[in-house]
Design a protein around this ligand. Structure first.
Ligand code: GTR
Length: 393
């Protein structure tokens, strides 16, 4: 007797699933204009953008999605835990550092793994990964090598590569996420616009940037913050908040990352909020099935990073992360880059799979394959950084 409701539920679920991936079911929508102030005034120029509208948008994202980004702490300490001048068969220096941040008698520690190429005399440009996968992926001993963080390849390209693990800042779990940075900022837990896990991970990236300022081996003005999926959402938020990040790479970040919410294609706000209630602030729950009520959409998150370069990616089999919605988000951020006289080279419609748009302030590719970060992706991240960091070889 229980089988009939079960079959009905299954059919409903399958229908919903089919609809999620049907382009013809994308509703008509109007995106909020990044260049129209809350008072309805058109933003005139870069000054106006920076003094008025950028702050408004930042506040809207804090209040409605990612939560506040507390900036005050009592002190920060950097302790070298290990240094190997001839790691990776001599081609790189390994440095492991503990970054400890103190506030009101509490502390949080970030463990950073950093490799720097030995064959360059200047401080190196650096890719910083917000690692949301296993810690083994960034194995400092290089016994394990993962295409997700292809350190040898990055070193061979003349870049330093670094990573920290998200669990140092906020465990990725609805019951324990508060056992990290949020111990320093307990008031955030009380606020409906308080910081949660994605905000905590982005906060961690900013503390690593604080460390890079003191680390003579790397160039703090050439830091590319990189993240995949949930890490890609955090990378965008980190770069939007902290203008010291010179470049941002958001790989397959999808809903509440680089993809437009209003398309309601693939993952939706209601789904992400129910599966991961600890990622975004309490206010975000108001937008479950109410995407059009949001005062922002994700193109405005990318716009907050202007005039710095942003590269977003997708994978063809990862419709959950809405490749078209990601492309359209970049396209709709173009007008803010235009204020800086920066013109993107993105085509009018999404490029064919595996066609990378790199010589452009807003870059994009849609790789053939699954939800992942691969050597193909990294090859294009390096190329994109080469172009924007003006690196000749
Ligand atoms: C999924 C989630 C996505 C994405 C992904 C990931 O389950 O729905 O938003 O972040 O996880 O991080 O791999």
């Amino acid at each position: 007797m229980k089988t009939i409701p079960f079959i009905l539920a299954l059919l409903c679920c399958m229908a919903a699933q089919a609809q999620q991936y049907d382009e013809s079911k994308v509703p008509a929508y109007t995106l909020p204009d990044p260049l129209l102030t809350l008072k309805g005034r058109k933003v005139a120029d870069v000054l106006d953008w920076n003094h008025v509208r950028r702050h408004e948008i930042l506040r809207l994202f804090e209040d409605n999605i990612y939560g506040q980004m507390p900036q005050d702490f009592d002190s920060i300490r950097f302790v070298t835990l290990r240094e190997e001048p001839r790691a990776m068969d001599g081609k790189a220096r390994l440095k492991e550092t503990r970054i400890t941040v103190y506030r009101m008698g509490k502390s949080v520690a970030i463990h950073l793994v950093l490799f720097v190429p030995n064959n360059i005399s200047r401080p190196a440009p650096v890719f910083l990964l917000i690692n949301n996968r296993g810690k083994n992926i960034t194995d400092p001993d290089r016994k394990e090598k993962s295409p997700f963080w292809p350190a040898e390849m990055v070193i061979d390209s003349g870049y330093a590569i670094a990573a920290f693990h998200v669990s140092d800042l906020a465990p990725d779990n609805k019951d324990t996420y508060m056992n990290g940075v949020l111990q320093l900022y307990p008031e955030q837990l009380e606020a409906d616009n308080g910081m949660k896990a994605i905000g905590a991970w982005a906060w961690g990236a900013a503390r690593v940037r604080d460390y890079f300022k003191e680390e003579r081996l790397v160039n703090p003005w050439k830091v590319a913050v990189v993240g995949h999926s949930r890490g890609g959402k955090a990378a965008l938020w980190a770069a939007a908040q902290d203008q010291r990040f010179a470049l941002c790479i958001s790989n397959c970040s999808g809903n509440s990352g680089a993809a437009l919410a209003r398309r309601q294609f693939g993952e939706r706000i209601s789904r992400i909020n129910s599966t991961f209630p600890h990622w975004f602030n309490n206010n975000y729950k108001k937008y479950n099935d109410q995407e059009n009520e949001l005062p922002v959409d994700q193109h405005m998150l990318i716009a907050l990073i202007a005039p710095r370069p942003v590269y977003a990616t997708n994978a063809t089999k990862d419709l959950w992360a809405d490749p078209t919605g990601t492309f359209l988000s970049l396209k709709n951020a173009e007008k803010v880059y235009g204020l800086y006289n920066l013109k993107s080279a993105l085509p009018a419609t999404p490029p064919a799979p595996d066609t990378a748009i790199e010589a452009s302030i807003l870059g994009y590719h849609n790789r053939t394959g699954e939800h992942d970060m691969t050597i193909f992706d990294w090859q294009h991240f390096i190329r994109f950084a080469d172009i924007h960091f003006k690196i000749d070889r």
